[in-house]
Design a protein around this ligand. Structure first.
Ligand SMILES: [Ca+2]
Ligand SMILES: [Ca+2]
Length: 96
């Protein structure tokens, strides 16, 4: 089975003969990506320091990161806060 995340291309040697003379060439095949990898967080649990109740809106309290082995838009990840009290609060995108 081909896997673009293992090899992005591969070479095939081909030869031709007429019974007396022969020649050879290399065929280079480049693999295109499909979206077959799941985005994965770099940690299962993120622990951030306590946030002061007077913290300004927009203050960064910590960062999470996810990666996706796919290429281009297949590897782009979007983040969403899913357990916020009022439902999803925001959605952020990160290019591959
Ligand atoms: Ca993917
Ligand atoms: Ca892929």
């Amino acid at each position: 089975m081909l896997d673009r995340e293992t090899y992005t291309s591969f070479d095939i040697a081909v030869s031709v003969t007429d019974g007396g003379y022969s020649d050879s060439a290399t065929v280079q095949v480049r693999l295109t990506d499909i979206n077959d990898n799941t985005p994965t967080f770099t940690q299962d649990i993120y622990t951030f320091p306590a946030v002061n109740e007077t913290a300004a809106i927009g203050q960064v309290v910590g960062r999470v990161q996810a990666t996706d082995k796919d290429d281009g838009s297949n590897g782009a990840v979007r983040y969403r806060l899913v357990d916020a009290e009022d439902g999803p609060k925001s959605e952020l995108s990160q290019p591959a």
